[in-house]
Design a protein around this ligand. Structure first.
Ligand SMILES: Nc1ncnc2c1ncn2[C@@H]1O[C@H](COP(=O)(O)OP(=O)(O)OP(=O)(O)O)[C@@H](O)[C@H]1O
Ligand SMILES: [Mg+2]
Length: 634
């Protein structure tokens, strides 16, 4: 296999390059770190900025008191910087001999004494300003951090309530990236840009007023430069944001590639793909360098270009001001403070223009976060609500048809019943729809056609969490959380005592291997049970279900990785446990379902045969084929 080209790699891992080539203005941050997801990630430009800003503001407006203090501190620090500057006017005038050595009605004879007093006053004023800006920065940081905490909480709560279907369609990692990239960008905007915007505006108004107060003509000259500033800033921002998008796309692609190569190391080694991987990585890395260079270059020249332009305006103002001093008698002190103000005046404009791309990417991120929050949650229940207390486990499926997408039916007209205490098995070839049936039982997916009842009540009439409390499941894909073995089993029933947990582990034949672990039940499980064997992971998942007192148990290939002897042990244990409970078992190893009350043979989403093991064998149909074929293989 030859290494893929840059285009192919970007398409598969980044998915956004074509977008960046179009060079839309002010695009967002791109794919999440670690994944190069296409789709939603591509749209960096906020669509409904007004609505998004309003919603974001609702998060910070909860901290009104602190915000008012922030505003007051900003005002005070701006006031301090303006006053500090203005005090110099009489000083310079006095020192060049234009006026006498006086300050607030006090006259001085010694210039040095005069200077010392004035400098002390300026120092106090600036110190005051420093304290005000420090307080403001701290307060704003606490407001933004709290707001982000709330936002993250809201998002997490929402994600917990999303239906399983939403996670199926999240192949490009939108949900994960909202938690990382998007929230990071919002955070950056809240505690950085918002402050710059507000304090910048205050400084602008303040300096402009002081400039007008000092000299109206010179003010007009400074203002002439504003459109030039805006134009330059806009041009650079447009270019840099274009390359910024390219950089983010390249970053997404390279991160996605690294993640896949790390997690798929074993497969890479098995098939000797190291060289191809290196080549492909090299391609992505070179692309990353190129994009990064452009993005950083344009990002970096904004400051110097705007800075130099403001120097021109500064020099012109000083020159014309000098002429005014000579011709109109404008005081030198006035000129001196004015040129200082004119410099201060351009600063916030520079700052804000440089942060435009942060603002846009944060807004685009916020839009995605809110879109995720607005997704429809799981429907808790519909119709008349029934209590799920004392459910016996009488399960009936009536003409159930279902497809993950409407145009592709997976289950067709499934009808079956299971009385409390019965064991019903599903067998059939891969992809026949066995797992899908169990997915419908606990409402991972809601059905449109047909009806599923438990104890005669439609499952939609139970509260969804009450319903799930009554169904213990061992899913086909095992999952263990970071925590001890004890905690992982206790996941099945949080109020279980240690003894009950150990009992459940014994039922699941997990006890003996747990005791052989370094810390027994206190052994820490990491990374989805990477330190356990596949079969051991399954045993823990079974123990978890065994701990639950739910009247309905679903075992989906629960023992597929366990040796046959252990499997038999588990079966005995579970049989005891399931005396009065309804059990649904899915297994490819047909020997494990022989003793079921009924076996359903599924083919292409339909039950093609049903009956007990003996009845089915007698029929010599599909089950017979599967069973005897299996036997031959054995
Ligand atoms: N989340 C999903 N979204 C879309 N289609 C799915 C989804 N899960 C399963 N399918 C499709 O539904 C069909 C039935 O899948 P199901 O998982 O029920 O099979 P199964 O009988 O459990 O197979 P196996 O024995 O391999 O576990 C398959 O064709 C599969 O492609
Ligand atoms: Mg399955």
């Amino acid at each position: 296999m030859a290494a893929r080209t840059l285009d192919e790699l970007q398409k598969q891992y980044g998915g956004r390059i074509s977008d960046s080539k179009k060079g839309g203005m002010m695009r967002g941050p791109g794919p999440r770190r670690g994944h190069g997801g296409p789709g939603v990630r591509a749209k960096g430009k906020p669509k409904n900025a007004k609505q998004t800003i309003k919603r974001l503001l609702s998060y910070i407006s909860k901290f009104k008191f602190r915000l008012v203090l922030v505003l007051v501190c900003m005002l005070l620090s701006t006031l301090a910087s303006l006053t500090g500057g203005y005090i110099l006017r009489p000083v310079i005038n006095a020192l060049v001999g234009e006026s006498e050595l006086a300050f607030f009605g006090f006259t001085f004879t010694e210039p040095l004494e005069y200077l010392a007093v004035i400098l002390s006053v300026i120092a106090v004023v600036y110190l005051f300003g420093i304290v005000a800006s420090y307080t403001q920065a701290r307060l704003m940081l606490s407001v933004s951090m709290n707001a982000i905490e709330n936002l993250r909480n809201d998002l997490f709560k929402k994600v917990q309530k999303l239906p399983v279907r939403e996670f199926d369609s999240d192949s490009n990692g939108t949900i994960m990236s909202s938690f990382t990239n998007d929230i990071d960008n919002i955070d950056m905007m809240l505690h950085n840009t918002v402050v710059s915007l507000i304090s910048g505006s205050i400084t602008l108004i303040g300096t402009l007023s002081m400039m007008i107060y000092t000299n109206i003509w010179l003010t007009l000259i400074t203002l002439v430069f504003i459109p030039l500033f805006m134009f330059l800033a806009g041009q650079i921002a447009m270019r840099s944001s274009k390359y910024y998008v390219g950089q983010q796309a390249a970053l997404g692609a390279i991160n996605g590639y690294i993640e896949e190569s790390v997690s798929g190391q074993k497969v890479i080694k098995v098939f000797n793909h190291e060289t191809i991987c290196e080549e492909e990585f090299d391609t992505l890395n070179a692309d990353m360098r190129e994009k990064q260079f452009k993005a950083q270059f344009f990002g970096g020249i904004m400051g110097p270009i705007l800075g130099n332009t403001s120097q021109i305006s500064y020099a012109l103002t000083a020159g014309i001001g000098g002429v005014l001093c000579v011709l109109t008698g404008f005081d030198v002190g006035g000129l001196s403070v004015f040129v200082n103000y004119s410099r201060q005046f351009s600063m916030p404009i520079n700052q804000i223009s440089q942060q435009m791309s942060t603002i846009f990417s944060a807004l685009a991120g916020a839009e995605r976060v809110f879109a995720l929050m607005d997704r429809n949650p799981e429907i808790e229940s519909c119709g008349e609500l029934h209590s799920a207390e004392n459910i016996k486990g009488d399960v009936v499926l009536e003409n159930v048809s279902f497809g993950y997408s409407p145009d592709k039916p997976v289950l067709k007209n499934i009808s079956l019943y299971a009385h409390p205490g019965q064991k019903i098995a599903f067998v059939g070839s891969t992809g026949a729809g066995k797992t899908t049936i169990t997915n419908l039982l606990n409402r991972f997916y809601d059905i449109e056609t047909g009806k599923i009842t438990i104890d005669g009540v439609d499952i939609k009439n139970y509260n969804i969490s009450d319903l799930r409390k009554n169904i213990a499941m061992v899913l086909q894909d095992t999952h263990l959380f970071t925590g001890t073995v004890m905690e992982n089993i206790r996941y099945g029933r949080l109020d279980a005592t240690d003894e009950e947990v150990i009992e459940a582990a014994k039922t699941a034949s997990a006890h003996s291997f747990i005791m052989r672990l370094s810390d027994g039940y206190n052994t820490l499980i990491e990374g989805d049970g990477a330190n356990l064997s596949q079969g051991q992971r399954q045993l823990l998942n079974i123990a978890r279900a065994a701990l639950s007192k739910a009247p309905i148990l679903v075992l989906d290939e629960a023992t597929s990785s366990v040796d046959t002897r252990t499997e038999r042990h588990i079966e005995h244990g579970m049989d005891r446990l399931m005396k009065n409970r309804t059990t649904f078992v899915i297994a490819h190893r047909l020997s494990t379902v022989r003793n079921s009350n009924a076996i359903m043979v599924l083919e292409h989403g339909e039950i093609v045969e049903r009956g007990t093991h003996e009845e089915l064998l007698e029929m010599e149909g599909r089950y017979y084929e599967l069973y005897t074929g299996k036997k031959e293989l054995d």
